[in-house]
Design a protein around this ligand. Structure first.
Ligand SMILES: [Mn+2]
Length: 471
């Protein structure tokens, strides 16, 4: 029995719901079927972490289309889910590869057909009873499609509006699958309009987190927080960004089998003014600030945290002023955020607060600055969930009222060159400051899941003093 459990951890993610997992995934599929009403086919990622290249050992413990993960919990390549709400025989069919013992010797155990034990297992963990060989998919789809009164079929691809035009992500497995279905529909003499995008209904159901998701997101926060604090306490040992990254990621990865949310950004001094800096290979010096953007997964939920702190353990007077301007904006967003508002409205609150802070607390005392951007450097929030950046990739959601259970980032930032003369001393630095927490919307406000991760000047200096004391 011990081997069975091992199999499940790798290729089936129960979302922490235990015995309730099957019901939870079935409910999600039923709700999608109720919302759509027609036949649907959803693909997982067809190939492994190396992509389409033969030799690549880049890997991630989770490698699945998030929609497939959300609907089935299966973390395995090359699976297809067919949902047929109007069928009386079986309204859901899962297509998987056949069992291949030789490949399993090389790659590890997978769910597969043609093997009673494996079939029993995939049925028992997912709750999907009708499991078939993926080579039969096309024939089954055709049969089901032809049977329908209204000749329609749904699938998922990522689509949105950009500059008034409908645009799609054309480089992923979803779009490849859509093209394949369109070809089949043509050969079945079905009209082009027979293929419908289920993206809107899917995200409507998937984005509001349930209690298991929120518990998993909290766990991801706790592990991320733990790594951050231990790293700060040991900071005296580091003088290169790679050391900070190695130590921080090691601390975090020791506590989660689900991996990092994304590769960390560890940026000292001027490097922090590059938004997606990931080289992480520079030495740093005592007078600089450091920006780290980091976090782990737990189950399928992500933490996405950013903290900025002084390498010396003490903010200099200009660093403190600028840091607190950003922090004030973050607190303002947190106080404003609630379901019903839009992310665009949070952007207004955030960047107005930053600009007012710069006027009142920096320029008014003689501070000079050259920002690296016009207007605002980036959005204050993105959606989170099954992916670290969730929701439509064109971020059309920023104009829609937020719903209870949506998780978003809260990440104001300030990037540029700053000069100030204070108490007879000159300060002149290129600085990037970002502070990022993760919030879950409620009807009346929000939960800050990251509230335990130290972010005030006082909290940071206290933690880093532990490091200094040990010198
Ligand atoms: Mn983020």
């Amino acid at each position: 029995m011990k081997t069975l459990k091992k199999v499940h951890t790798g290729i089936f993610r129960d979302g922490g719901a235990g015995a309730f997992a099957k019901r939870r995934f079935r409910d999600r599929r039923k709700k999608l079927m109720a919302a759509e009403g027609q036949l649907m086919a959803i693909t997982g990622v067809p190939y492994g972490p190396g992509g389409k290249t033969t030799w690549s050992y880049a890997h991630s413990p989770t490698y699945q289309e998030p929609a497939m993960m959300y609907l089935t919990g299966i973390n395995q390549n090359n699976v297809i889910l067919l949902l047929d709400p109007n069928s009386k025989v079986s309204d859901e069919i899962l297509f998987v590869d056949s069992k291949d013992r030789v490949m399993e010797f090389w790659e590890g155990v997978r769910f597969g057909v043609g093997d009673d034990q494996s079939l029993k297992e995939v049925r028992s963990v997912t709750g999907i009873q009708d499991v078939r060989d993926i080579s039969e998919f096309k024939d089954v789809l055709k049969e089901r499609f032809m049977k329908q009164k209204k000749k329609m079929m749904g699938t998922l691809w990522l689509e949105g509006i950009r500059k008034g035009k409908v645009v799609s992500i054309k480089t992923d497995h979803n779009f490849d699958f859509k093209k394949k279905l369109e070809g089949w529909l043509r050969s079945w003499k079905a009209p082009k309009a027979a293929l419908k995008n289920i993206m809107k209904n899917h995200f409507k159901l998937r984005l509001p987190l349930d209690k298991y998701d929120i518990a998993n997101a909290r766990k991801a926060q706790d592990i991320t927080n733990g790594g951050y604090k231990v790293m700060l306490k040991n900071f005296r040992n580091f003088n290169n960004e790679c050391q900070v990254q190695g130590f921080l990621e090691g601390q975090m990865l020791m506590n989660t089998p689900f991996g990092l949310s994304y590769p960390s950004i560890v940026a000292s001094g001027v490097n922090a003014t590059i938004l997606h800096y990931t080289k992480n290979d520079d030495d740093f010096s005592k007078n600089e600030m450091m920006l780290i953007d980091f976090g782990v997964r737990w189950m399928t939920m992500h933490a996405d945290i950013t903290r900025t702190f002084p390498v010396s353990g003490r903010f200099n007077p200009m660093q403190k002023i600028l840091y607190e301007i950003v922090l004030k904006a973050q607190v303002a967003v947190e106080k404003t955020a609630r379901a019903g508002l839009t992310i665009e409205e949070l952007n207004t609150v955030c960047w107005d607060t930053v600009n007012q802070g710069l006027e009142r607390d920096f320029k008014a005392i003689g501070g000079k600055l050259k920002l690296q951007y016009k207007g605002r450097p980036h959005g204050v929030s993105h959606l989170m969930g099954e992916q670290e950046h969730d929701g439509d990739p064109f971020r059309n959601y920023a104009q829609q009222p937020m719903r209870p259970g949506w998780m978003i980032s809260n990440e104001p930032g300030l990037y540029g060159e700053f000069r100030l003369r204070l108490n007879g001393k000159n300060y002149d630095e290129k600085i990037g400051i970002r502070i990022e927490d993760n919030l879950v919307m409620t009807a009346t406000g929000c939960l800050n899941l990251s509230s335990k991760i130290p972010r005030t000047v006082k909290q940071i200096e206290k933690l880093m003093a532990v490091s200094a004391m040990l010198d």
